[in-house]
Design a protein around this ligand. Structure first.
Ligand code: NAD
Ligand code: TDX
Length: 339
């Protein structure tokens, strides 16, 4: 494999993956990205032009996609509408991109026999009870809760059906919550860091007992490369780094690491249908492909992420007011009210 098409490469995980892959492989990479509110060319600044090119376009544009997929040895498909809160407010773009966009890509990959890796989320499995040892595995039944997670589940099922019915050479990965640089400020960790930098109190949905299983974005990238290169066709691999923490713990840790009173946050009304707990058993990926995460110290990874937002205000400031305006439009006081 030499030429890789990366969809959604101007977003959070896609841009980190492009940097990681350029540093750790000899691939030439073309990014296809529509530059929605979530895509930023600045996240791809300074990459070597002999190994990297950018195409602005929509993954649901069949003509454009056909030519790009035909020219690639493999597709790594990150492009998606990715934010649960937005999906509760306006679901249609989630169907257009996550379902129709994925359909458009796999049709092109089928026509050209192109290797396809589909990036998905642990949210397709629904949620788990709090304080329970159970974790998601590759055989957990699908049970998505939100418009976002149901459209991601739909896209996974399309890929599985294209493997079985048409022999598509595809793999799927379902990863837990990522953190690291270049994450949009609408998401939990960057929203709180940038609030604090702006002198605004962090916002915790409900009582903050919900648990997410955090992984550094570079560990997600290394797992995707391992699956792309050595994963078995037709298989699904769960990616996670044993990083379960409640939202309350995270907010308190961010405040503490930024030198603030750890109780200086607001409780705001909860997200409707809010999944309680995600937890990943990544045993298959570790046993089959020998993958292991590199970031074992969450506090150190969080410190580096805080420093990145402190030092890259030119990157996030243009997004911040719009993201907070969206929270205000979405109502339910998620922007500032106390519960
Ligand atoms: P993001 O919202 O930061 O980036 C999405 C990118 O896709 C943006 O650059 C956007 O411009 C682009 N895009 C959106 N619609 C498009 C379209 N129709 N055509 C072309 N480009 C389009 O998202 P992210 O957090 O980087 O997530 C990337 C992928 O990883 C998604 O598939 C998501 O479901 C999955 N995922 C994310 C997480 C997480 O914690 N963020 C965890 C597991 C899986
Ligand atoms: O201001 C906030 N306060 C708060 O308490 C925000 C924005 C979020 N939260 C809570 C909701 C979640 O329990 O924090 C947790 C994380 O929220 P998000 O960052 O919105 O992530 P989540 O809904 O868990 O989904 C993420 O992980 C799985 C990504 O956005 C998805 O793309 C990925 O599939």
């Amino acid at each position: 494999m030499e030429k890789i098409l990366v969809t959604g490469g101007a977003g959070f995980i896609g841009s980190n993956f492009v940097r990681y892959a350029l540093a750790n492989t000899a691939y030439r990479i073309t990014v296809l990205d529509a530059l929605t509110y979530a895509g930023h060319l600045e996240s791809l600044a300074g990459l070597p032009p002999e190994r990297f090119s950018f195409v602005r376009g929509n993954i649901a544009d069949a003509g454009l996609v056909d030519g790009l997929v035909a020219a690639a040895d493999a597709v790594v498909h990150f492009a998606a509408e990715s934010h649960n809160d937005n999906s509760l407010h306006e679901p249609r773009p989630f169907l257009d991109t996550n379902v129709t966009g994925t359909f458009t890509l796999i049709e092109a990959a089928r026509r050209h026999g192109t290797r396809f890796h589909h990036i998905s989320t642990d949210e397709v499995y629904g949620d788990l009870p709090l304080g329970d040892p159970a974790r998601f595995t590759e055989t957990t039944p699908y049970n998505p809760s939100s418009p976002y997670s149901s459209t991601k589940a739909a896209s996974d099922l399309l890929v599985r059906a294209w493997v079985r019915s048409f022999g598509l050479r595809a793999t799927i990965s379902n990863c837990s919550n990522n953190y690291g640089p270049y994450q949009h400020v609408e998401k939990f960790i960057p929203r709180q860091i940038t609030n604090i930098l702006d002198g605004v109190r962090p916002k915790l949905y409900g009582m903050g007992q919900n648990v997410r299983d955090w992984i550094h974005v570079d560990d997600h990238s290394s797992a995707v490369l391992a699956i792309l290169e050595n994963g078995r066709i037709g298989e699904t691999y769960l990616i996670g780094a044993d990083g379960e923490r409640s939202n309350k713990e995270i907010v308190e840790l961010i405040l503490e690491r930024m030198g603030q009173d750890p109780s200086a946050y607001d409780h705001v009304p909860d997200r409707p249908g809010h999944d309680l707990r995600y937890a990943i058993d990544s045993g298959k990926l570790r046993a089959e492909l020998g993958w292991a995460p590199s970031y074992s110290d969450f506090g150190a990874g969080l410190d580096a992420t805080i420093d990145w937002y402190r030092n890259n205000q030119d990157w996030w400031r243009p997004q911040k007011a719009a993201a907070e305006a969206r929270y205000r439009e979405q109502g339910a006081g998620r922007e500032q009210g106390r519960q």
